[in-house]
Design a protein around this ligand. Structure first.
Ligand code: UDX
Length: 443
């Protein structure tokens, strides 16, 4: 089977390489020449564990980069759908991809399937992709041309692992033949694994993606709300509360890590898009608005914890350990570190930061407003407070003695529960989001 992937961003490249590794002949296409040049030289245009290795293995050995859309059985559209100012998604890349694909399909014979994998608001495949391709190709979906919507659920930092172990495959189909073709492809790729395959309408598939991300974001804001209450209650600890909740199968253990909240390119963007879509329909989804509000407030809770320890922060030196929106990525899109840096600058602090991967990206954004360190130890030197913002495992090597020796005032605000409170004693003062006062050792 031959597949073409249009848009070699994060989802497109991960999908291409995984399918190629499973014996599908994949052609990758992108309009960005810099991106193409990087990929052709064996370098992924973004950081993701194991992707570079797989690219080197599969480049021109199952996966080929092409300048023109060629012959394929299946065409996946994986272009980006970034946020606009009003929260709705920008469809320019999708329209362009549909236009090029429509032109290509004009001269093709036999049966092909067009699969939208980009995250799109319900109705977009029907109202945008379908008419553009039909008018450019002069062909009609349902007659030798299939149309499907197949959302992805990849997480940054574990994309290939997520591709290899999907909880489910969702196929929204316009025509049964396209659903059959896509299911056949996935059954071949996941031969032994047999993940549940959900066959549904295109509208529902588009919805499933948004509802899943909105639910996961809600789960995080929910546990952060409990954390914000627990933090005010002596002896309470949200980590233990979440642990006790997670055994209930209806609740589940995952996505109950309280802290500084979610960042990244998906949750906030998708929530905003869903809210804006809903408002156009005449319904304001209050719950989803609150999920975002709670998330945006978490950085301020961390600043409040620091104030409880140090009084006014004006003129204080603070360190931020971790800048990426989560570990194992250099991605700072919507990262809480940016919100925290702005709040701390507003409070009059001098900030030194460190991250194993994302420091260059933050420097581009923040310039000379903050100081950049080469190691965590260098970042905390001479500071009054250390914020743990991303739970990089290398930070775990920092011990009580490191904080005491390096810092002017050894105050730790753990935004990700990287450490256990019992690892510290006086003179270190350790606080964490969701940890009630009397268990803060050293206070
Ligand atoms: C998310 C979805 O998980 C994925 O299915 C979708 O395709 C894209 O969006 P991603 O943004 O890559 O993936 O990362 P994820 O691991 O979901 O984490 C998102 C954010 O939530 C991170 O900032 C993380 O630190 C935070 N998070 C996650 C919490 O604060 N608490 C949790 O319990 C889990």
């Amino acid at each position: 089977m031959k597949a073409t992937v249009i848009g070699l961003g994060y989802v497109g490249l991960a999908t291409s390489l995984y399918l190629a590794d499973k014996g599908i002949q994949v052609q990758g296409y992108d309009i960005d020449n810099d991106k193409i040049a990087k990929i052709e030289s064996g370098k992924p245009p973004f950081f993701e564990p194991a992707i570079e290795q797989l690219l080197k293995m599969r480049l021109n050995n199952g996966f080929e980069v092409v300048n023109d859309l060629g012959d394929s059985d299946i065409y996946f559209i994986t272009v980006g759908t970034p946020s606009m100012k009003d929260g709705s998604i920008k469809l320019d890349y999708l329209r362009n991809a549909a236009r090029s694909l429509g032109k290509t399909l004009k001269s093709k014979e036999g049966y092909q399937v067009v699969v939208v994998k980009s995250t799109v608001i319900p109705g977009t495949t029907r109202d945008v992709v379908r008419p553009v391709i039909e008018s450019e190709s002069g062909r009609a979906f349902g007659h030798n041309l299939g149309l499907a919507m197949n959302p992805e659920f990849l997480k940054e930092g574990s994309a290939l692992n997520d591709m290899a172990n999907p909880d489910r495959v969702v196929i929204g189909e316009f025509d049964k033949q396209s659903g059959d073709a896509l299911e056949k492809l996935y059954r071949q790729v996941y031969s032994d694994l047999s993940p549940p395959v959900v066959r549904t309408s295109i509208i529902n598939a588009e919805f499933i993606k948004y509802a899943s991300n909105a639910f996961l974001a809600s789960k995080i804001s929910f546990i952060n709300t409990i954390a914000n209450i627990a933090q005010r209650v002596p002896d309470a600890d949200v980590q233990q509360i979440a642990y006790g909740m997670g055994f209930d199968k209806r609740i589940g253990k995952q996505f109950l890590s309280a802290g500084l909240g979610y960042g990244g390119s998906c949750f906030s963007k998708d929530l905003k898009a869903l809210v804006s879509f809903s408002e156009v329909l005449g319904y304001t989804p209050e719950l989803l608005l609150k999920v975002e509000n709670v998330n945006e407030g978490q950085a301020i809770h961390a600043v409040e914890l620091a104030k409880q320890q140090l009084g006014s922060l004006n003129g204080k030196k603070v360190a931020i350990l971790g800048l990426a929106f989560k570990p194992d990525t250099d991605d700072i899109r919507d990262a809480v570190s940016l919100r925290l840096i702005k709040a701390l600058i507003g409070a009059g602090t001098k900030i030194s930061v460190y991250d194993p991967l994302a420091i260059g990206n933050i420097e581009e954004e923040m310039g000379t407003a903050i100081t950049y360190s080469k190691t965590a130890r260098e970042a905390i030197r001479g500071t009054d407070c250390c914020f743990i913002v991303t739970e990089w495992s290398e930070f775990r090597s920092l011990k009580q003695a490191d904080f005491v020796t390096a810092m002017r005032t050894p105050v730790i605000i753990d935004g990700r529960r990287l450490f256990k409170p019992e690892e510290f004693s006086s003179p270190v003062r350790y606080s964490a989001i969701g940890l009630g006062p009397s268990v803060k050792l050293g206070v």
